[in-house]
Write a protein that binds this ligand. Structure first.
Ligand code: ZN
Ligand code: FE
Ligand code: FE
Ligand code: ZN
Length: 255
């Protein structure tokens, strides 16, 4: 069964999308077909300036009863705290996703920069990555941590179990009351599995960390993809509830 929401959707993609009702309707049709009751737009923060509250209000009315939610996916980098606080105050966001996409200026999830992996011992790389995730959670600027183990995107696997390398990040997430998303985009990357992997999600469940679901769609046809499988994995590790957000207040719902 599909979860109730896809909370990680990029209408603007990396600049190739557009904020118009006809284009959004393609996303909405896909969401309805997937059986979703909520669709959360979470644009990359560099496109914050293109978001338009009036458009979003019109879209919300147009596509009811599907509930449109307004999120934002912010790239966490140390030193951005004030900037992030200002960004997230600009619109009435329902939730904010904090994602680590780069390490000290290296965009490790970008295919043009895969060379960078050669410079690292892979376990050290995972430790550095998860230290940044821990910082992101501890900043308390975010409601959800995006693609928790994104560092596996190109298939570079740690020698030690990921759960042990992520220990500090999980503790910080728990401590800050942040959620983790089950993100299906990794299935379509060299990693070939969801973010997070099942054992890492099980470790989240053991700590009673709440979850959301997201496809990380950058195009209409990707909306909701494999979310039924994501829900299945979440149920397998014990989850029966996910959370939804409205104006940064969360509420648990069965899935
Ligand atoms: Zn993206
Ligand atoms: Fe991301
Ligand atoms: Fe994304
Ligand atoms: Zn993402």
């Amino acid at each position: 069964m599909a979860p109730p929401a896809d909370y990680h959707v990029h209408l603007l993609g990396h600049g190739e999308g557009r904020l118009d009702l006809a284009y959004l309707q393609e996303y909405v049709l896909k969401a309805r077909r997937a059986g979703l009751v909520e669709l959360g737009l979470a644009e990359h923060d560099e496109f914050l300036g293109l978001l338009d509250g009036a458009f979003l209000a019109r879209a919300g009315a147009e596509f009811a009863p599907l509930r449109l939610r307004l999120g934002l996916e912010v790239s966490w980098r140390p030193g951005r705290e004030r900037e992030i606080r200002a960004m997230t105050a600009r619109l009435p966001f329902d939730y904010v996703i904090g994602s680590v996409h780069d390490l000290d200026g290296w965009p490790f999830d970008h295919p043009d920069f895969v060379d960078g992996y050669a410079a690292w011992d892979v376990d050290d790389l995972y430790r550095r990555y998860f230290a940044l995730v821990a910082q992101a959670a501890a900043s308390r600027l975010f409601d959800v941590i995006g693609h928790l183990d994104l560092i596996k995107v190109f298939g570079y696997r740690s020698r030690r179990p990921v759960v042990s390398l992520a220990e500090e990040a999980l503790a910080a997430i728990k401590e800050a009351g942040v959620a983790v998303e089950v993100n299906t985009a990794g299935l379509f990357k060299p990693a070939g599995e969801m973010y997070p992997a099942q054992d890492l999600l099980a470790a989240c469940f053991a700590r009673d960390i709440p979850i959301t679901f997201g496809s990380d769609a950058h195009r209409p046809e990707e909306v909701g993809r494999e979310l039924a499988r994501a829900a299945e994995m979440a149920r397998r590790v014990g989850y029966r509830r996910c959370i939804r957000f409205c104006r940064r207040q969360s509420q648990a719902v069965a899935f």
